[in-house]
Structures are given as structure tokens and as C-alpha cells.
Design a protein. Structure first.
Length: 446
């Protein structure tokens, strides 16, 4: 009989070692768990009678029991297990061992959520919560005030430092501010200036940069042709501008080659106003109420030299704007005529309103822009800033109600000089503070 001791990390590995070393007929004599793992003592050619004799010879002598000590009832004799049954029990224990290890590696379940407080305690804590909310709001207000004060101080310091280091550039920014040019456009233009400039250059170079940055179509009024739809917000003068453009086209090409189309069925009297201009010019006016009607009308007028489409004035946040855009797109899709959108902007509007209008009508991809009401604008800086920022070519400008006298082709230098002349008539109070607020943070790079 060959007896051998095996030690493995777990019971399954120990059983593999026993089977590999002694074969399937090996008999497991004992198992126990040690610090190193599982210990198994196995034997081959097991002789059960010999093992019983060795156990009887090596057993210790029985200890005598005192007479006074109560005698314990004899224990039942344990059921003897054969080696094969013992091997089956060990195999079952080895099969259960990975499950035990898996349970040991399973992370503990999260603790249960705390129980909600009773209604009475919540009512008692409500004043505490309200006081905490008030203190938090007051702290945020104070922090906001401190931040605003700090930004003002930094803006003033940055502007004063720029005036000390680069007085000519500071002068250019001051002139741009007087013209009403927005901060981002002014910073873009000043970056194009040379590093060192003198007083004369600081006076005239900014105007030249403005003229060069302003895109114009370069087209004369007599060259207006094709199908053009004038779009824009309410009150910018689209109908009057159409009458001026139609008058110029009639003088150069005759009334039979010019047609007007009205899609404005929202505003009361819009079609009647356009028909009145058509009768004065001898030009026929066609109504179109939807995309199909507009496509049919444009197909009917395909032989005309100039077709001007008057649209309804819709603000950028008006839901009808999307509907009007769909009508113009579908009319171009259904018909064979190419329709070009022309954005009309009023020069007397504020710069944020002009910028919002441009962003609202950008999905139509306007090819050119028309600036109206130049005679009513106290400053042209907002208009120039929007045109430079969005790079929309300026086609023509209007500065009055007369038809067709008060319209002219766009000229960047004339427009910039007109803006400079308008600003010379105005006074400026608190200029240093305004300059620090407008350009201080930009100069500081914050």
C-alpha cells in the first residue's frame, strides 16, 4: 500500500492531483484545511484489514472510570464508510467549494435607505430649511456683486494699461466705439493694424479697414434681374423697396418685362399697397397664397426679365417664419425657376435686433442684403457690425420714401464716411468708463 500527502489551494485542485498521481482507484484517507490550502492523504492498494489492525495496536489504553462517576450511555457505533463513499463525499464538497468562494467575492449589498422623517419633524425643520435657502440666496447675490466689482476693476486696469502701452491702438478702439461698432468686430479690425502706427494712420486706417471688411455686391440697379424674394422683419420697408427696384427695372427694360408677386396675405392692405404701386408703374401684380400657387405663378412669368416677390414681414421668433421659408423652398423645388432671397434690414434698428434678424433668416441663405431707412438711423455702427460679422454682401441702400429717387447701389466707402459724419455730430459723456466696460475685459483676455 502506497500512501501520499497532497496539498492544493482548493479541494478541486487537490482531487485533480490525486487522480493524476495515483489514478482513479486511489482511496482518500483524510482531509483537512490548512493555511496553505487543502491537505489530502490518499493511498493506493488499500488494505482495510491491515489499517484496522494498525489502528487497534496504536490506540491509547482506556482510562479507568471512578465508581462514583456516573456512567454515560454508550454512543452508537458510527456507520462505517467505505473508501468509495468517502471519495464521493469529498467530491461533493469539492463541487461546493467554488460556490463558497463566489459568495465570498460577492460585494456586500448596499445599506437600506434611511426611513423618511415623520411629518411633525419635517414641519419643525421647515423654518431651518427656509432660513438656509435665504442665506444661500443672499450669499449668491453678494458673490455676484463682488464678481461684478472685480470685473469692473480689472477692466479699468486693463484699459488704462493699454492706453499707457499702446495709445494709438486705444485711440482706434475709441473711434470704433464712437462709430457704434460692436466689440468683437472692433477687436477683429484692430488686430489687422500694423504694430506701430502714427496719429494720421490711427485716424484714417480704421475707416479703410471698415470699408475693406464690408462686402458689397457691386451690382448696379439696372442689373437687377431674375426672381428675387425680399424677406425680413415687419416694418423694414420691403414693399416700398420693391416699388423702387421695379421702377428702376421699368425704366431700363419696360413694364412688360417686369412683374410683381405678393405672398403677404397676413397684413391687411399689403396686397392693395403693392397693386397701387403696380398701377402707377404699369406693372401687373400676381397673388400667390401657397407654395403651389407661387410655383405656378413663377412658371407663368419665366419669360420676364425681373420678377420681384413681396413676402410677409415676420419676426425671428414668430412661428409663421418657418412656414414662410417652407413656401419659398417648395416653390423653388416645384418650379424650374431659381428664386434668390434678399434680406432687408432697417438701419435704424439696434444692433442686437439686426443680429437676431440675420440669424433667423440665415436658413434661406440670402444672397444679398438691402439696407433701408439710412436717413432715420442715428448711428450706422450696428448695421456695419452685423454685415461684417455675417459676411453678407450689401446690394443697395435706401434713405427715403420717394420712388425711385431714394435708392442707390451699395458703396462701402460712402457708407463708412456717412457713418463717421453722423458720429461727429454726437457728444460722448462718460467715455472712459464706457471704453473700460466694453474693451477692458477683451484687452485683458478674460
Amino acid at each position: 500500500m502506497k500512501i501520499k500527502r497532497f496539498i492544493a489551494p482548493d479541494m478541486r485542485q487537490a482531487m485533480r492531483d490525486v487522480r493524476a498521481e495515483q489514478g482513479a482507484d486511489a482511496v482518500i484517507l483524510s482531509t483537512r484545511r490548512l493555511e496553505e490550502g487543502i491537505e489530502i492523504i490518499a493511498a493506493v492498494d488499500y488494505d482495510e484489514a491491515l489499517m484496522r489492525e494498525a489502528a487497534r495496536v496504536n490506540a491509547p489504553a482506556p482510562v479507568p472510570v471512578a465508581a462514583s462517576a456516573p456512567t454515560k450511555p454508550p454512543m452508537k457505533e458510527a456507520v462505517k464508510e467505505t473508501p468509495k463513499e468517502r471519495l464521493k463525499d469529498i467530491a461533493k464538497e469539492a463541487a461546493k467549494e467554488p460556490a463558497k468562494e463566489t459568495r465570498a467575492m460577492t460585494p456586500p449589498s448596499p445599506p437600506p435607505p434611511p426611513l423618511p422623517l415623520p411629518a411633525t419633524e419635517l414641519a419643525a425643520l421647515q423654518p431651518v430649511f427656509e432660513q438656509h435657502a435665504l442665506e444661500t440666496a443672499r450669499m449668491r447675490t453678494e458673490l455676484g456683486g463682488l464678481r461684478q466689482l472685480l470685473e469692473q476693476q480689472l477692466s479699468s486696469l486693463a484699459w488704462n494699461d493699454m492706453e499707457r502701452r499702446s495709445p494709438m491702438r486705444a485711440r482706434v478702439l475709441r473711434d470704433m466705439s464712437r462709430l457704434g461698432i460692436d466689440t468683437d468686430v472692433a477687436r477683429q479690425l484692430i488686430d489687422e493694424l500694423p504694430e506701430e502706427i502714427n496719429a494720421d494712420q490711427a485716424r484714417y486706417l480704421p475707416l479703410g479697414l471698415l470699408s475693406r471688411s464690408l462686402k458689397v455686391s457691386g451690382r448696379a440697379l439696372a442689373d437687377v434681374c431674375g426672381v428675387i424674394a425680399l424677406v425680413g422683419p415687419t416694418g423694414v420697408g420691403k414693399t416700398t423697396t420693391i416699388a423702387k427696384l421695379a421702377a428702376c427695372a421699368v425704366m431700363h427694360h419696360g413694364p412688360n418685362k417686369v412683374a410683381l408677386v405678393s405672398t403677404d396675405h397676413y397684413r391687411i392692405g399689403a396686397a392693395a399697397q403693392l397693386e397701387h404701386y403696380g398701377r402707377l408703374l404699369g406693372v401687373r401684380v400676381y397673388p400667390a397664397y401657397d407654395a403651389v400657387g407661387l410655383a405656378q405663378t413663377l412658371h407663368l412669368l419665366r419669360d420676364h426679365h425681373t420678377v420681384l416677390v413681396d413676402t410677409a414681414g415676420v419676426a425671428g421668433n414668430d412661428p409663421r417664419l418657418q412656414q414662410q421659408m417652407e413656401v419659398l423652398r417648395e416653390a423653388t423645388t416645384h418650379g424650374a425657376t431659381t428664386l434668390r432671397a434678399c434680406l432687408v434690414l432697417a438701419a435704424n434698428a439696434q444692433a442686437p435686433a439686426l443680429d437676431d434678424s440675420v440669424r433667423a433668416y440665415l436658413p434661406l441663405q440670402p444672397s444679398v442684403c438691402i439696407a433701408t431707412k439710412l436717413d432715420e438711423a442715428p448711428s450706422l455702427g450696428g448695421l456695419l457690425s452685423v454685415l461684417i460679422r455675417h459676411r453678407i454682401p450689401l446690394d443697395c441702400t435706401t434713405d427715403g420714401q420717394r420712388v425711385p429717387e431714394d435708392i442707390s447701389a451699395a458703396d462701402a466707402r460712402v457708407l463708412v464716411c456717412r457713418a463717421a459724419q453722423q458720429q461727429r455730430k454726437l457728444g460722448f459723456a462718460g467715455e472712459d468708463l464706457d471704453m473700460a466696460e466694453r474693451f477692458g475685459m477683451a484687452v485683458a483676455g478674460l
